[in-house]
Write a protein that binds this ligand. Structure first.
Ligand SMILES: Nc1ncnc2c1ncn2[C@@H]1O[C@@H]2COP(=O)(O)O[C@H]2[C@H]1O
Length: 218
């Protein structure tokens, strides 16, 4: 597995960091870190897809992003200074494995390998850009466009070669990810199904025509 966060390390250094990390396995539905709890580790995703969830003002849970192999999480609270709490809950959407570094190991990585620290900054800049894009989308784009775009991104995350890609998410989750209500997202998905762009199933959406979806996303 290649983690962009470790891309600047040479093979020996990378091996040292990874051998100090603890491998953990999770089942679908397991909570890996919980919003509000004190933090002491950074996690690299080795396999499986994970949901980033936050509590809304109404006390509901909303999925704000998904992570997959090669991603990392848990850095925010470690960068904020002590003591700091997790900004989100991370839940396994399927069986997953992570490698975790303690806060001290993460600090050590950043101070000993300036290039890794710089990469962290680059990756965070990318995430800020992604989130600004989402904010603009939420402010100015229609729900249709948001559904098309997010489905395209999810198809990328779940793609396993050529052909149709099945996204194993409920319409509830999809609605949370695009910031829409379930009935209105369902209406858009049904229209896409009528056009042959997706096929809907219980707890899943299969993208059949990626090119059309991307064209619709604008
Ligand atoms: N919008 C987001 N997209 C992806 N990951 C996020 C987002 N918000 C929070 N996280 C991750 O969720 C983690 C929760 O614990 P931390 O606050 O330590 O670090 C956080 C980030 O790594």
């Amino acid at each position: 597995m290649d983690w962009p966060l470790l891309a600047s390390l040479d093979e020996d250094e990378r091996g040292r960091v990874l051998s100090a990390a603890r491998r953990r396995a999770y089942a679908r539905g397991d909570v890996l870190v919980r919003e509000g709890e004190p933090s002491d580790s950074l996690h690299l995703v080795a396999s499986g897809r994970l949901a980033v969830r936050v509590t809304t003002r109404d006390g509901d849970n909303a999925t704000i992003n998904l992570l997959g192999p090669g991603d990392y999480f848990g850095e925010l609270s470690l960068l904020e200074g002590q003591p700091s709490a997790r900004s989100a809950t991370i839940v396994a959407l399927e069986p997953a494995q992570t490698l975790s570094l303690s806060a001290a190991e993460f600090r050590d990585l950043r101070t000993r390998h300036r290039a890794a620290d710089h990469l962290l900054l680059t990756l965070m800049a990318r995430r800020v850009e992604e989130l600004s894009g989402r904010l603009l989308e939420a402010m100015y784009d229609g729900l249709d466009q948001r559904v098309h775009r997010r489905l395209g991104e999810l198809a990328e995350l779940y793609a396993d070669g050529r052909g149709p890609t099945t996204i194993p998410l409920t319409q509830e989750h999809l609605a949370e990810l695009v910031g829409g209500t379930r009935p209105s997202v369902n209406q858009i998905l049904r229209r896409l199904e009528d056009q042959g762009v997706v096929a809907l199933g219980r707890g899943k959406v299969t993208v059949l025509d990626r090119a059309r979806l991307d064209a619709e996303a604008g």
